[in-house]
Design a protein around this ligand. Structure first.
Ligand code: PLP
Length: 402
């Protein structure tokens, strides 16, 4: 990563941060804004919670809603997409006897939330080499008379595909659709949430939009707003949507308060033009990796996300989840051990830092894994690079359902 960009973040210089998609990386300036929000609470807790918080949360909601292009009155702040899924399942009263459709590319915890409530999962199954029509058909055929909700990932986590959300919503109507858009804010340009024809749409701001962690939006279509309640009932009880999500007991609100700072940092780092530049870099990076591995693109006609890319690894090992996990752990463990040795070396700090910079991931030799892997660059990276992200059974060619 370019040094001037690296300095804007607080990442360990011994690491090459390749997986920005999983947990994001908070710029130093945003972490400092969050620190200031916390310090202001510590300075005067009563004033901060009673007088300042309501307007700070309203400003955060305004800024988050504007960022994803929807009115603030339609959008609640939640901690993350996982929480939003829980809110929707609770609001619809999903339980025993109800079917919920997910896909075999879906983020697993949404399905687990359905099961935890006693609902039954139905899986729309399609391969990474499918086309958009196959996706629509797969979702439509998974709907049963008992289906109460369809959950579709706008950008799939294990396979980095951009699914045809509007077409699926039209095909499964009148069943309401929840869009898991965890990877969308700040990563997918040209978004028009209200035109998708869905009931719910939730996106994380802490992945690609540089807010502190635990900041996400939940947009709800007008006819469902009344039924949506936060998972924790507290002093916002009785308020209309979305204000009723503001207070959920005494918690640290600083990640929400610093949302405008995170979104400003995203814009300051280049905004959409930078996203487009990164998408080009990623395309070239993925080609380089494919060339080096001697594999073809595993993809069909479904477009890939601008921020993530799937690369097939050569025929070899890692045909099970355990093998794939071991493959991921191998370089990771080596790096951790090397980094620890430098830390304990007793060398002067400057020398230690220089050595840490030289500790780098090297590709595992010998055994190669089989199956697609997701490449995932940090937004302002100056070179295409990636990581091995998910076990192969999450990268389905008609594989097991999550
Ligand atoms: C597609 C998708 N949905 C949901 C999530 C969950 O995000 P969070 O843990 O912030 O709720 C992730 C996380 O990576 C994801 O990739």
């Amino acid at each position: 990563m370019r040094r001037d960009i690296a300095e804007l973040f607080e990442l360990d210089p011994a690491l090459t941060h390749l997986n920005h998609g999983a947990f994001g990386a908070v710029p130093r300036s945003v972490r400092e804004a969050q620190d200031r929000a916390r310090a202001s609470v510590e300075g005067a807790p009563m004033r901060a919670f009673r007088d300042e918080l309501p307007s700070a949360l309203a400003a955060a909601r305004e800024s988050a809603a504007a960022f994803v292009g929807v009115p603030a009155a339609s959008t609640a702040l939640v901690r993350n997409v996982t929480e939003a899924v829980g809110v929707v399942l609770q609001g619809l009263g999903i339980g025993p006897g109800d079917d919920v459709v997910v896909s075999n590319h879906g983020y697993l915890t949404a399905g687990w939330s359905v099961e935890a409530r006693g609902g039954t999962l139905r899986t729309a199954t399609f391969g990474v080499d499918s086309g958009p029509r196959d996706v629509v058909t797969a979702f439509a055929s998974a709907v049963t008379p008992r289906t109460r909700l369809v959950v579709i990932d706008q950008i799939t986590s294990p396979t980095a595909l951009v699914l045809p959300v509007a077409e699926v919503a039209a095909a499964v109507a009148p069943v309401p659709v929840l869009v898991d858009a965890a990877h969308v804010p700040g990563a997918l340009p040209g978004l028009d949430v209200e035109a998708l024809g869905v009931a719910f749409w939730s996106g994380n701001l802490h992945k690609w939009a540089y807010t502190p962690r635990a900041a996400a939006t939940l947009w709800v279509a007008p006819e469902h707003r009344e039924a949506m309640r936060p998972l924790v009932t507290s002093w916002s009880h009785g308020l209309p949507f979305p204000e009723r999500f503001d207070l959920q007991g005494t918690v640290d609100h600083s990640s929400w308060v610093a949302v405008p700072d995170g979104l400003a940092a995203w814009a300051g780092l280049g905004g959409w033009p930078q996203v487009h530049r990164n998408a080009d870099l990623l395309l070239r990076g993925a080609e380089l990796v494919r060339e080096a591995l001697g594999t073809d693109s595993p993809l069909g006609g479904i477009p890939s996300a601008p921020c993530l890319r799937l690369v097939a690894l050569p025929e070899g090992v890692a045909t099970t989840t355990e093998d794939a996990e071991a493959l991921w752990q191998r370089p990771h463990g080596r790096l951790r051990r090397a980094s620890g040795r430098v830390r304990r070396s007793g060398l002067p700090p400057a020398r230690r830092r220089a050595l840490q910079r030289r500790v780098r991931l090297r590709p595992a030799r010998g055994r190669a894994a089989r199956g697609p892997r997701r490449l995932n660059p940090m937004r302002p990276m100056s070179a295409g690079c990636g990581k091995i992200d998910r076990p192969p059974e999450r990268c389905p060619r008609g594989g097991p359902a999550p």
